[in-house]
Design a protein around this ligand. Structure first.
Ligand SMILES: [Zn+2]
Length: 119
């Protein structure tokens, strides 16, 4: 087993940790609505992916406009909907994680404010 020859000092430790930065998530603009979207995920604003309606948001909208065709479409679309639901879930999970991070940040701020108030 590799063993460090010398102890890592506080300075070296700090310099190493100073380069640990959070990176921005890869985002693109939705070709349909222009909304900023996470790469390789369904657009959360309009429900399009690769120029095709994929999410339930957009599938339900055309059905209202054309009720006769909707019955034919319904037979075909459940299979697609199942596939897309997993992608949509991934997108939702990503959003949830973002929200969680924001919540954690706010909680930390609150804790700090509590400490300062106690003093
Ligand atoms: Zn969009």
């Amino acid at each position: 087993m590799a063993v460090p020859k010398k102890r890592t000092g506080h300075s070296a430790q700090g310099k190493r940790r100073a380069n640990w930065k959070a990176s921005k998530p890869a985002t693109t603009k939705c070709p349909n609505c222009g909304e900023t979207v996470l790469a390789h995920t369904v657009c959360t604003a309009c429900g399009y992916y690769k120029g095709k309606p994929v999410s339930k948001k957009m599938v339900s909208a055309p059905v209202v406009e054309e009720p006769k065709k909707a019955q034919e479409v319904k037979e075909e679309k459940p299979a697609k909907a199942k596939k897309t639901s997993t992608k949509a879930k991934k997108a939702e999970v990503v959003e949830e994680t973002k929200e969680n991070k924001e919540e954690v940040k706010t909680e930390k701020k609150e804790k700090k404010s509590e400490k300062t108030s106690e003093e």
